[in-house]
Design a binder for this molecule. Structure first.
Ligand code: SAH
Length: 243
């Protein structure tokens, strides 16, 4: 594990300071599986298996963009990948580092660096890029997608997940999750930033990434369980390969 350098995003960075502050405020509860981060804990085994089934991550160099407290990054390192987690919110990164240190997780590093900056620094250096539940918090998601494409080797894998934008996703992800079930704090998500699959795949193609698979992450409010399905109307993941 390395130490993250403190990094204050400036106006040239593709980041929304309010979004970063929101995640920093909650960071101390990141690894509490009953906290606001419960949904991330619940979906993690599903997305990890889906990513691993396609990209066979053991021994691979992986960058997790917008890694937050490290739920996915750490689980990929435990599967044998050599993982770098990057984020621009300092507190979640500190929590991620501490958690990895306490668990003596090998092959895992964290850095405070923007996706675009890392892409310029290490172009084509990663076998796999993951960017999960992050694009809907960023002012210019297409720029992050381009950066992910630039970081991955030709033939490498890039995985995205985000929230679809339609009436159902508004009702489930905002009204249901933030107001009725109170799974997430109010204001966690902004509807206008949700991304339709056709938008995401177009941005990916523009960046020379070929979308090869898509899965929905469905949630049942009564059983409080998630599962993978073909229904991409709310939360969904896209797997892409670089040409
Ligand atoms: N990817 C993790 C965390 C998702 S929460 C997971 O799925 O488990 C969203 C994360 O995106 C937060 O940690 C937040 O700090 C980060 N984020 C938001 N805007 C960002 C930006 N512009 N650059 C890097 N990270 C960003």
């Amino acid at each position: 594990m390395s130490t993250a350098t403190s990094h204050t995003p400036d106006s040239r960075v593709n980041a929304d300071p309010q979004e970063l502050a929101k995640f920093s405020e909650l960071a101390h509860r990141w690894w509490d599986a009953e906290s606001e981060f419960r949904p991330l804990h619940q979906i993690n085994p599903l997305r990890l298996d889906w990513i691993d089934a396609q990209a066979a991550i053991a021994g691979k160099r992986v960058v997790d963009v917008g890694c937050g407290g490290g739920i996915l990054a750490e689980s990929m390192a435990k599967r044998g990948a050599n993982v770098l987690g990057i984020d621009l919110a300092d507190k979640p990164l500190k929590v991620a580092q501490l958690h990895a240190m306490e668990g003596c997780v090998a092959n895992l590093q964290y850095r405070s660096v923007a996706a675009e900056a890392l892409a310029a620094e290490q172009p084509g250096q990663f076998d796999v890029v993951t960017c999960m539940e992050m694009l809907e918090h960023v002012p210019e998601p297409a720029s992050v997608i381009q950066a992910c494409a630039d970081m991955v080797k030709p033939g490498g894998w890039v995985f995205f997940s985000t929230l679809n934008r339609n009436v159902k996703s508004y009702l489930f992800a905002i009204v249901g999750a933030e107001y009725v079930l109170k799974l997430l704090p109010r204001g966690t998500h902004e509807y206008a930033r949700f991304i339709q699959p056709a938008e995401l795949t177009q941005w990916a193609r523009n960046a020379n990434l070929g979308p090869v698979a898509m899965k929905g992450l469905e949630y049942h409010p009564l059983t409080q369980r998630y599962w993978l399905s073909g229904d991409t109307s709310v939360n969904y993941m896209v797997a892409c390969r670089k040409a």
